[in-house]
Design a binder for this molecule. Structure first.
Ligand code: HEM
Length: 545
């Protein structure tokens, strides 16, 4: 036995020796040349093979033979439009990369995402790891681990064992209105797009772990969080299509470029807040809180998991709702007749307190139609969110999709399909949701719901987002004063901010307007403070850019 091992060792050694002497007689230039040839040959053969696998799907030529089309599109910040155009031009499942397809078929998306699906999250989700060293619910691809995490957080997200979600939101609505009021009193221009994000960040931090960050109170981009996430989002989106970049960035040499809890500002600072908040909750004998984090911990979330989930709540729960609020507000400003109808409904609504409750808002049909139409015309998350086809492959509408292919969906295309929304699908028209058959309404609602994903991966924060929107469009009671303004109302999507969520700057000027004097209650002198506040509006009186 021993002599056998010795013989083997001898053979290995003589092989190494021969390879060594081969390289000692050839020059470094030849070695480099040889290596380049091997790399090019590998690249060409693997691209050819990849091209061949998905050759039956049409798409832009560059996307069929390389990943350059996808890179260029995602890096440009306009991939939501590219994916839409591609599905229009090349068919309902189109090719956008060597191993990437995109679809605009809502039924196929439901097939990929339903609770019993064999599809899995693809490497696209590696880019959603906000803390470079640990996963969160959104970046977790292992399905057993993902379901376990979701079940620990389901009750908290549904608000089942959490106190005061609504009253905390109301406080944040009041603070937001106070901030806008201060600008109105100063007659200073304000970027409504930015202030809306202050509001959503404060809201989510308050309900998630008990204290607003203080964006609205200080009227500043606390810790430069917004500025840096806007700057870094394009990189995040590039990582979703080239996940190996994450491994590269995590290497010891480049690790310094990633955010860290040691940073004083930006995302790193939020990471350290998350770490401190989680550590506080896991101190011995600490009182169990009745907020969302408290609920997660009661259901078994560990300290490390808590840190990651706090970050996810902030990242997933602020930009999304902010996008929905500002895009819908822009549409309201640009469509005075729709704004008038909404205001009319609010004026005759039965609202008991100074901030509308979720249940009061849910029964206002025009408000609900405005919210849905806002989501439809401007879905807040427009990334591919690709799922991976199961190893044995799948056949959809008679076409075989090989196992391991990444299939994403273009939500922008889905919410513009004429067969679902009608010929005027590009128009913001809340009326399309009213006075239609219950079957049509069901079809439209279940298609729109895809903006929150579906089934196994349905957004956990959906009901929280809806409460926020139900309040904000009622409480920010804008009247648009100048027709000129409406002509200037356009979406400004900062191309530098990537494409997962879109931002718009809305530079406006506000002035106060009170309807109190014209109300009978005012004359009889017993109007409550709340009612007075409710009857104070703000005009948008101009747009700076
Ligand atoms: C209008 C607002 C929002 C939209 C359109 C939205 C949409 C989405 C989408 C598309 C996903 C991806 C699911 C997938 O993997 O396919 C998601 C996941 C998620 N969202 Fe939202 N979201 C919104 C607001 C929120 C809010 C306010 C919160 C937190 C309070 C939140 C928390 C989450 C979480 C935790 C996940 C991960 C779910 C999982 O991995 O199972 N979202 N959301």
């Amino acid at each position: 036995m021993l002599s056998h091992t010795a013989q083997l060792a001898h053979r290995v050694w003589s092989y190494v020796d021969r390879v060594g002497s081969f390289f000692s007689v050839i020059s470094p230039v030849s070695v480099a040349l040889f290596a380049s040839v091997v790399i090019v040959a590998w690249f060409v053969s693997s691209s050819t093979w990849q091209y061949y696998r998905l050759r039956h799907f049409d798409g832009p030529l560059l996307a069929k033979i390389s990943n350059l089309w996808l890179f260029r599109s995602v890096d440009s910040g306009r991939s939501y439009l590219d994916f839409w155009e591609v599905t229009q031009k090349y068919g309902t499942i189109a090719r956008v990369g060597l191993n990437d397809l995109v679809t605009d078929d809502p039924v196929f998306v439901k097939h990929m995402c339903n609770v019993k699906t064999e599809y899995r999250r693809s490497s696209w989700y590696d880019g959603m790891r906000f803390n470079p060293t640990s996963n969160n619910c959104l970046s977790t691809r292992d399905e057993a681990a993902h379901s376990a995490l979701r079940s620990k957080m389901a009750a908290g997200y549904a608000g089942r064992d959490v106190d005061n979600i609504e009253s905390k939101m109301d406080n944040n609505v009041r603070a937001f209105m106070g901030l806008l009021g201060r600008y109105a009193d100063k007659k200073a221009p304000v970027d409504l797009g930015r202030k809306v994000q202050y509001f959503t960040l404060d809201c989510i931090s308050d309900i998630a772990y008990g204290a607003p960050f203080g964006f609205v109170e200080t009227d500043t981009d606390v810790y430069e969080y917004i500025e840096t996430t806007e700057k870094n989002l394009p990189m995040v989106m590039v990582v979703t299509v080239f996940p190996w970049l994450l491994r590269l960035l995590n290497s010891p040499i480049l690790k310094g470029l990633l955010p860290s809890a040691k940073d004083k500002l930006a995302f790193g600072r939020i990471m350290s807040i998350a770490r401190d908040v989680a550590a506080e909750r896991f101190k011995p004998d600490v009182k169990a809180e009745r907020d969302m984090l408290g609920s997660f911990i009661r259901h078994g979330l560990t300290q490390t998991e808590s840190e990651s989930e706090i970050l996810l709540q902030i990242a997933a729960g602020s930009d999304t709702t902010a996008s929905a609020i500002r895009s819908t507000m822009l549409e309201l400003c640009a469509n005075p007749e729709i704004l008038r109808k909404l205001r009319q409904e609010i004026a005759s609504a039965n609202i008991a307190g100074d901030v509308i409750t979720d249940s009061e808002a849910k029964v206002l049909p025009y408000l609900q139609a405005v919210i849905k139409e806002g989501f439809r015309i401007f879905p807040p998350i427009a990334g591919l969110m690709s799922k991976e086809v199961p190893p044995q492959g799948d056949t959809w509408n008679g076409v075989f999709i090989p196992g391991g292919t990444r299939v994403g969906y273009s939500i922008w295309a889905i919410t513009r399909r004429q067969d679902v929304w009608g010929e005027d699908a590009l128009k913001f028209r809340p009326e399309r949701w009213l006075n239609i058959s219950s079957d049509k309404l069901k079809e439209m609602e279940s298609t729109l719901d895809l903006i929150f994903s579906y089934g196994r991966w349905l957004c956990l924060g959906k009901s929280i987002a809806l409460i926020e929107l139900n309040k904000v469009f009622v409480e920010v009671r804008f009247r648009v004063a100048l027709r000129k303004l409406t002509a200037n109302c356009v979406f400004v999507s900062h191309s530098s901010s990537g494409d997962s969520t879109l931002r718009c700057a809305i530079r406006i000027s506000l002035t106060r307007y009170s309807t109190t004097a014209s109300l009978p209650n005012h004359k009889s002198g017993w109007m409550s403070q709340e009612q007075k506040r409710r009857n104070e509006d703000m005009f948008i009186v101009g747009m700076m850019e």
